[in-house]
Design a protein around this ligand. Structure first.
Ligand code: GDP
Length: 448
């Protein structure tokens, strides 16, 4: 899309790039690293959905930081970071992350992080209910992170949620807490036999959290609009991944928000005509956390090997991830739903040392060959992957910075992905560090 071109002319030609970067698989694709890399060129980095169920591991100068809520652009000096209305905010977590960043000297100016007053708040009730319900589901657990994200989105859609702006208005907060207390405590105590949460203590605590969060609360939509008009580069940072999307993912093993590129519009407050490109972020193989069918999973020693080489443990929960081969049926589906204009392939270095690398290009479902991602979970569970086996390479890739310097078979692997998906692989990641990246084409122009 090239929306905004007439405006750009009116401004004397400068048009920044508005780029959405989203997960193309079941999350954990290494979005944090890519976003951190792109943020060097971004003026604004915007979170538009999810909450602190995301976990972004960034390695800068050998130092590891894990953020759950703060946009990944925060480590870039001069970048403004927005938490849009589509995000659900746990104020305690946000304040803890901001405190850490202040202590490290990364965050000196509150203007570098702005939180939408319209974003919904995660309350203690949501966290308790999340845990209580997952415990009660036992075997049928969908593997929530227990951070209250789902219950907070439920209250938002049920039109009884509490928003960040309410925290700054004790009278409004009082009314909202009183409205919720009876129902939440009834569910907790009667249905799950959990202790009730004292609404009075909760009110006092959230007033205090609101007081501390106040300097960061803003109308993020306006900041975004001004930045787009001024020809700034804007990066929309997705959390989770396409297959975890509430509508387009492998329901019910999904997250409670929309996380495809379309959610940028609703979650940040920007029209689809203003978005110039969608970068799909994928691993060079596939992982999945929790339950649900996963056709290209390798439960044998090779899958174990992938998990160990790729350090596949959740940044948020520490849970071991299930591992398997790249699934191009999954990626084709996610490319359609998101409208990818380019791809970033992460963790290509993990595959070094394999003689052969299988890649799923189709499924066999009830005896028939299909390239389509199945409609239902039952069908997905019955789908058997059809593999194309590509030749591997032995060389370590981590030191490589130029595409042409990759082993021929690594290039062949990347080019096969491009040919099947008909999307260019513009970035390749060969290690966790910011500089361990191969950029084939620039996605952003210079900063505005
Ligand atoms: P995210 O939530 O999508 O950002 O993904 P996670 O942070 O959960 O998982 C990515 C993990 O892989 C982190 O530990 C990163 O440091 C690491 N990582 C990211 N890119 C690469 C890469 O290209 N190679 C290797 N070996 N590790 C990577």
């Amino acid at each position: 899309m090239t929306g905004g071109a007439p405006e750009a002319r009116a401004r004397g030609g400068r048009k920044g790039v508005a780029l959405a970067a989203v997960g193309a698989q079941w999350g954990d694709e290494g979005k944090g690293k890519i976003v951190d890399w792109l943020a060097v060129r971004a003026d604004l980095v915007v979170r538009f959905q999810g909450g602190n169920n995301a976990g972004h591991t960034l390695v800068v100068d050998g130092e590891k930081s894990v953020f759950h809520l703060v946009p990944s652009g925060i480590l870039q000096p001069g970048t403004v970071n927005l938490i849009g209305p589509g995000v659900v905010v746990d104020p305690r977590v946000l304040l803890r992350e901001l405190g850490e960043l202040e202590a490290k000297g990364v965050l000196r100016d509150p203007a570098r992080i702005r939180v939408s007053g319209r974003a919904h708040v995660i309350l203690d009730w949501h966290i308790a209910l999340d845990k209580a319900r997952d415990e009660a589901r036992a075997e049928a657990a969908i593997g929530t992170t227990g951070r209250g994200i789902g219950p907070a989105y439920e209250d938002k859609v049920a039109r009884r949620g509490i928003r960040v702006a309410d925290l700054l208005d004790p009278a409004a907060l009082r009314r909202a807490v009183d409205r919720l207390a009876k129902e939440k405590n009834f569910e907790l105590t009667q249905l799950y036999h959990w202790p009730a949460i004292d609404p009075e203590a909760l009110f006092e605590e959230y007033v205090e959290l609101g007081r501390r969060l106040g300097p960061y609360v803003d109308h993020t939509g306006r900041i975004l609009e001004q930045a787009l008009r001024a020809g700034k580069n804007v990066l929309f940072e997705g959390a989770q991944g396409s297959l975890l999307d509430i509508d387009h993912g492998t329901y019910p093993y999904v997250t409670s928000s929309n996380c495809v590129a379309g959610a940028v519009c609703t979650g940040a407050g920007v029209g689809p005509t203003r978005i110039d490109g969608v970068l799909g972020i994928t691993k060079a193989y596939t992982t999945r956390v929790g339950g649900g069918p996963f056709p290209s999973e390798d439960t044998g020693p090779k899958g174990e090997w992938l998990g160990e080489r790729g350090v596949e443990f959740g940044a948020t929960t520490g849970r071991k991830r299930r591992c398997g081969w790249l699934d191009l049926v999954v990626l084709r589906d996610s490319s359609i739903v998101n409208g990818f204009t380019s791809l970033a392939v992460n963790k290509l270095d993990v595959l070094s040392g394999l003689a052969e690398i299988p890649v799923a290009t189709a499924y066999r479902l009830d005896g028939k060959l299909t390239h389509e991602f199945p409609m239902t979970l039952d069908e997905l569970a019955r789908a058997e992957p059809v593999y194309e086996v590509l030749p591997g390479w032995d060389e370590p890739l981590t030191g490589i910075r130029e595409y042409g310097a990759l082993p021929a078979n690594a290039r062949r692997y990347v080019e096969r992905i491009e040919a099947i998906l008909e999307v260019a692989v513009d970035m390749i990641s060969v290690g966790p560090g910011r500089d361990e990246t191969i950029a084939r084409r620039p996605l952003f122009g210079p900063r505005g």
